[in-house]
Design a protein around this ligand. Structure first.
Ligand code: FAD
Length: 382
């Protein structure tokens, strides 16, 4: 793998970095306190092509490869994980699924809207009773002629209250993963209600919602992929999605490093900057190593995708390591800040709160350990 970035990758990273410094960093704390990112950010992300990376230009995408995508998500994640999550879900989980599994009609309808930011997508897999055990979901889709009637509840859905289209996984057949089908459901349909979830520890600026379906009627043309193959759609989306979470975690860890190094140079104790104390340098070095290691594992996934190599286990490894590293980095950065890290005048407390969910969603750390263990041994320990 060539670790030197191409001219195009360098340019897109610079664009994302300046956008993050200008449009995200100055507002992140206020959005966190207000429990809402400014929705205008969606149009700005679309305008720069950040919602269309890796999607073909004929469908409104901005092209680019998966490493460019990781570079952009690292920068956005450095600014605000709540913004990075908007892209990870609408582009990473929804638009990419439409591109991979959609009919020509579905691609022509949804992709230009999703890539421009005119429409936002959400990914509705988790239910109140099924999180890690997603294959046992109970939301039902019942066939009625050329239509399907969807009933059930989804929870913890990122972009849920903002989305124009929900990629919904519903049971259409037997129990287990073979009885699940995916649908692209416009959120304005009768019977579709959504309720914002408040009181989150982190990602407070993100629109996380519970979605309810009361006999929501969609045509068969809203089905994404084959009947009974919805779980394949979900797992394919998450295999790549975990790379984007990992890239976002690298961004958090980098933000922690930048903040902690700056503070260590400014704050004086015992007559010298705290940066001159060896145990503070140990904390900084730990964060720096985590940034580098998490980034290289993430780039390896992008490289495998580009070269057509298997990447699901690599994606689990990167997500597991990067999410745990982001929590560690934020915890270490807070330690460098001492008591000042504990109040929200400084950003490190938010980094820690935002990092904490990374080990939970798109597969908890335990689930990734089981996936890696299964790949190593051939034995499923679920
Ligand atoms: C802020 C946020 C945003 C989210 N966004 C989305 C979204 O956009 N779309 C979506 O579909 N979902 C979303 N989720 C849901 C997320 O993916 C789930 O929370 C996650 O999959 C875990 O499910 P659970 O919360 O039900 O925990 P559970 O599955 O109940 O797990 C509880 C604990 O048990 C452990 N555990 C479970 N099974 C095993 C096992 N076999 N072996 C060992 N340990 C096990 C877990 O690791 C965990 O520690 C989001 C969640 C949050 C918090």
């Amino acid at each position: 793998m060539d670790l030197e970035l191409s001219g195009e990758q360098t340019a897109v990273r610079a664009l994302a970095a300046s956008f993050t410094d200008r449009e995200i960093v100055p507002h992140a704390a206020a959005w966190d306190r207000a429990e809402s990112v400014d929705r205008a950010i969606v149009g700005k992300l679309g305008g720069l092509g950040f919602l269309g990376l890796t999607i073909p230009e004929e469908y409104g995408g901005s092209g680019g490869d998966h490493l460019a995508y990781c570079l952009v998500l690292e920068e956005l994640g450095r600014g605000d994980s709540a913004v990075r999550g908007i892209v990870s879900v609408s582009l990473g989980l929804v638009a990419k699924s439409v591109n991979a599994f959609g009919s020509e009609e579905q691609k022509r309808h949804w992709l230009p809207r999703l890539t421009s930011g005119a429409a936002l997508g959400c990914f509705a897999l988790t239910e109140p009773g099924t999180g890690s055990d997603a294959a046992n979901l109970t939301t039902r889709a019942v066939r009625e002629g050329e239509h399907w009637l969807l009933s059930g509840t989804k929870t913890f859905i990122t972009n849920g209250t903002w989305a124009d289209v929900a990629l919904v996984f519903a049971r259409t057949g037997e129990s287990g993963h073979r009885g699940i089908t995916a649908f692209l459901v416009p959120t304005e349909l009768p019977g579709f209600t959504r309720t914002e979830i408040h009181g989150k520890l982190g990602l407070r600026g993100q629109a996380t919602a519970e979605l309810s379906f009361d006999r929501v009627r969609v045509p068969d043309s809203a089905r994404l992929g084959e009947i009974g193959k919805g779980f394949t759609v979900a797992m394919a989306a998450l295999a790549k999605g975990r790379m984007s979470v990992a890239a976002g975690c690298v961004g958090i860890a980098r933000a922690c490093l930048d903040a902690a190094v700056r503070y260590a140079g400014e704050r004086e104790q015992f007559g010298a900057p705290i940066a001159s104390h060896q145990l503070v340098q140990q904390l900084l070095a730990g964060i720096a190593v985590d940034v580098e290691a998490a980034r290289l594992l993430t780039w390896k996934v992008a490289d495998h995708i580009e070269r057509g190599l298997p990447f699901a286990t690599e994606s689990s490894v990167a997500k597991l390591f990067a999410s745990e590293a982001a929590v560690r980095a934020a915890n270490n950065a807070l330690q460098v800040f001492g008591g000042y890290g504990f109040i929200d005048e400084y950003p490190v407390g938010k980094y820690l709160r935002d990092a904490r969910v990374m080990t939970l969603y798109e597969g908890t750390s335990q689930i990734h350990q089981l996936l890696i263990g299964r790949a190593l041994t051939g034995v499923s320990a679920f």
